[in-house]
Write a protein that binds this ligand. Sequence first.
Ligand SMILES: *Cc1c(COP(=O)(O)O)cnc(C)c1O
Length: 218
Amino acid sequence: MSLQDILARVRAAEVAAGREVGSVELIAVSKLQPSARVEAVLEAGHRLFGENYVQESLGKWPGWRERFAGVKVHMIGPLQTNKAKQAVETFDAIHSVDRPSLAEKLARMAEQRGVSPEVFVQVNTGAEPQKAGVLPEQTDEFVSACRMMGLPVAGLMCIPPDGEDSAPHFAMLRDMAQRNGLSGLSMGMSSDFEAAIAHGATHIRVGSAIFGDRAVKA
Ligand SMILES: *Cc1c(COP(=O)(O)O)cnc(C)c1O
């Protein structure tokens, strides 16, 4: 696979779903990938990337932002509250807001800085004990709490359980977004982004299908 192949599949899925071509944002997930692969995708003109680790991102992206105009980097991994300040300074959006302590910290910093990254509320649609995200039944309340804090909530994000059909999880996330008046849906990865587009994804997060297998986190 390559960037061009994935872009073609995204376009085909948009058309198949009766959606406008270009309505889905492709986040190229570059965590733990060799620099040469990421640079090849930057040189091909792609500008939207996803990362999971604050420290790793701080080491990579300042240089690339200088070399390639218009780069945007979204944080898609779990975020520790004590890294929130660095995250706000490093990322253009945060897809993993999942608890009041983190939302409060992000809101305080947004107020001090006068700007905030867009945030997505992560929902644990499968209610898996080991997984991050607010539970489905707590989502409406948490979204309103984030809004009351002044955070710009762009939408909802989910990672369906491994080995299950993703489609019901995507449908659930779409319904929750709709009833909360949220237009953003961050869902779909290498193995299921076409199904996510069929269910209304606005942001898909695709790593290995673009870059190949990545290193294992030390
Ligand atoms: C790593 C990661 C991805 C990309 O996964 P692939 O299977 O490589 O496409 C997407 N979303 C999240 C939250 C991730 O951590």
